[in-house]
Design a binder for this molecule. Structure first.
Ligand code: MD6
Ligand code: FE
Length: 216
């Protein structure tokens, strides 16, 4: 199939459609990996990773922090976006320009020109941690896509459908991979299977995932 943004088809191998509106861009962020990891370090210095509590009272196994105008939080009161870090009362660290540039470029590549995120959730996985099947539906307008970047240890991503009981595809996400999804699959269920132990040259025994959204 021909690609609108790259009529030569040179980058075609990079594009793996997952579903309608969902595109895996293999290795799209690989060249920016050290910059991304350094930025995650500075974000975590200002807003440390923490294991949040679900509305049902369970501590999540994945540790999270945020940058941007708004950050995704959960506690006994529910899931929502908040302009301040509830742990410090301070605004979240700024969304680094490099994150914004990557999000825009990836969204464009996947057919969503004009994407400007205002919220960025940073997830940190250690061996044994997982993220159960969920939908991202706390954003104001589902017309915007989400750009998701994987760094460090590989993980198995589950990609299902609109119903929680819909069959799931399993996709291996590796260091530098970017997933962009919106359109028809914007509200599809997805999750991350229990992270296997391993050692990555840049992150050690960890996986990081950055998801950029237009939340407000
Ligand atoms: C992860 N990602 O890859 C978890 N959500 O660690 C997500 O939950 C996610 O990758 C919405 C859109 C893209 C994602
Ligand atoms: Fe999600």
């Amino acid at each position: 199939m021909q690609d609108l943004f790259d009529p030569s088809g040179e980058k075609e191998a990079l594009h793996e459609p997952l579903d309608e509106g969902a595109m895996l861009l293999r290795g799209f962020a690989a060249a920016r990996d050290t910059m991304l990891l350094a930025a995650i370090d500075s974000i975590a210095t200002a807003a440390p990773f923490r294991r949040m509590i679900t509305p049902g009272g369970f501590e999540m196994s994945v540790a999270m922090t945020n940058c941007g105008t708004a950050g995704w939080v959960t506690d006994r009161k529910g899931y929502r976006y908040a302009r301040h870090d509830p742990d410090s009362g301070k605004p979240w660290p700024h969304l680094p320009k490099e994150f914004l540039d990557l999000a825009k470029a990836a969204a464009m590549e996947a057919g969503f020109p004009g994407f400007v995120p205002d919220a960025c959730l940073v997830n940190r996985y250690e061996p044994g941690t997982r993220l159960s099947l969920h939908q991202d539906r706390d954003e104001a307008d589902y017309g915007h896509p989400i750009v998701s970047v994987s760094l460090g240890l590989p993980a198995t991503f589950q990609f299902g459908g609109l119903k929680r009981s819909d069959p799931v595809k399993k996709v291996a996400l590796r260091h530098g991979d970017v997933v962009v999804w919106g359109g028809a699959s914007r509200l599809f269920h997805h999750g991350v299977l229990t992270l296997k132990d391993g050692e990555h040259p840049l992150t050690g025994r960890r996986r990081f995932n950055i998801t950029m959204r237009k939340a407000l």
